[in-house]
Ligand binder design. Structure first.
Ligand SMILES: *Cc1c(COP(=O)(O)O)cnc(C)c1O
Length: 396
């Protein structure tokens, strides 16, 4: 039943924006960029003072869209407030989506965006889903590159530090009718950020959550829509009252483990009978956000873990399977994955009044595999190991 519903909705969704976008509307065009630089440059915070998403660079990228004319000329302007009509559809019906990706300073002083192509594809899928305009991924990537070059002085060069990039798309049509937005605004802001865990990893305690649901079949949990996030804050507060930092989102009568907070979930099992290990993460069935970090971890695991020792599985595991494996000493590790922290080790999962214990390296805050993935990904992000995952913008 679900699959026929999904197929049908896909056809409907595909046809709407492509029809509208294939007309004579102006495409997004990076060559039309105009730049107005700030007259009051900000003071740059020392690296150790950076708090995630609290300070922003001097400039922002803005591109207006109208369904009459298409994409307007992109503008880089001083960072500052937006003026919007209070009846704008973003405020009332959540016509909003966002992305999160990072740029790194390499040893040559050049700027490296990590896998922006993936974020652009995902952003277009989110836009398509809520009738906001789609755009040429390469053009937006180039424009973000221009913004990064202009605000290059804010990109920290120290290891562990980076520039967090937040592309956002909102419906700006004024009026209270619920319909396709006639106007939209795409903007990009940038925030220099430090390592998520200042003093190395800090393993977290999760509360397995089944009384609230983050995403469901036929819903929009696989899209980065703002509407998915606000409802998840209260369950997090509830978990915090009981001493847990995040929710482990379960789904369905089977209590499948889906995601952790706003990260994808991974765990590693040992099969005592075969001696083989298994790395497990939930499949992309429409309820799971297609994390770029998730994809990077799966690719690296398939490429670099010994296939004689490891099976890599995109399958559901239930919270009961995790509890049972933990009892038997077959739970090796568990962690979350996402752009902000890359990997976030888990040490305990509260479930049914008990805490499932997740092993950590003796005296440390993570397991060996979690650590290995962090190292592998960082080497690629900073360009210490070359790969086609980096999009390099020369600064000289
Ligand atoms: C953004 C996000 C992730 C992680 O995606 P990345 O591309 O790896 O940053 C995972 N789950 C949810 C719900 C998210 O919003």
């Amino acid at each position: 039943m679900f699959s026929s519903y999904l197929k049908q909705s896909k056809i409907l969704l595909k046809s709407v924006p492509s029809l509208r976008m294939s007309s004579s509307l102006a495409p997004l065009d990076a060559t039309k960029l105009t730049i107005t630089t700030t007259t009051s440059p900000k003071e740059k915070l020392p690296n150790e003072k950076l708090v995630f998403g609290q300070t922003f660079t001097d400039h922002m990228l803005k591109i207006a869209f109208s369904f009459k004319t298409g994409w307007a000329a992109p503008e880089i302007v001083p960072y500052g407030p937006l003026a919007l009509d209070p009846s704008s559809c973003v405020f009332h019906y959540a016509f909003e989506l966002f992305e999160g990706l990072k740029a790194y300073k390499d040893k040559n002083g050049d700027i490296r965006m990590f896998r922006p192509d993936k974020n652009m594809i995902r952003m277009n899928k989110s836009a398509d889903r809520i009738c906001l305009p789609t755009f040429d991924s390469e053009e937006l990537t180039k424009l973000i590159g221009e913004l990064l070059k202009l605000d290059n002085r804010f990109i920290p060069s120290e290891k562990g530090y980076s520039m967090y990039i937040r592309p956002t798309l909102i419906g700006t049509s004024a009026g209270l009718g619920v319909h396709t937005p006639d106007e939209a605004l795409l903007f990009v802001i940038c925030s220099p950020v430090g390592p998520y865990y200042k003093t190395g990893f800090k393993a977290v305690r999760l509360e397995a959550t089944d009384y609230a649901t983050r995403a469901w079949p036929g819903g929009v949990g696989d899209k980065k829509l703002g509407a998915n996030y606000a409802p998840c804050v209260k369950p997090q507060l509830e978990a915090a009252k009981r001493g847990y930092q995040q929710n482990l989102w379960l789904f369905g009568p089977e209590r499948n483990v889906t995601e952790v907070g706003t990260m994808n979930f991974f765990c590693a099992f040992k099969d005592s009978k075969t001696g083989k290990n298994e790395l497990v993460t939930a499949p992309l069935d429409g309820t799971i956000l297609e994390g770029v970090t998730r994809d990077s971890i799966l690719s690296l695991a398939r490429e670099r873990l010994n296939p004689e020792e490891w099976t890599i599985s995109e399958r559901y595991c239930t919270i009961d399977e995790i509890a049972e494996k933990s009892e038997k000493g077959e739970l090796l590790e568990a962690f979350g994955s996402g752009t902000a922290a890359i990997v976030s080790p888990i040490k305990e999962i509260g479930y049914n009044g008990k805490d499932i214990q997740v092993p950590l390296l003796p005296g440390e805050q993570s397991g060996p595999l979690t650590k290995q993935f962090l190292t592998w990904i960082q080497e690629l992000q900073y360009g210490d190991v070359e790969s086609d995952w980096s999009r390099v913008f020369k600064t000289k």
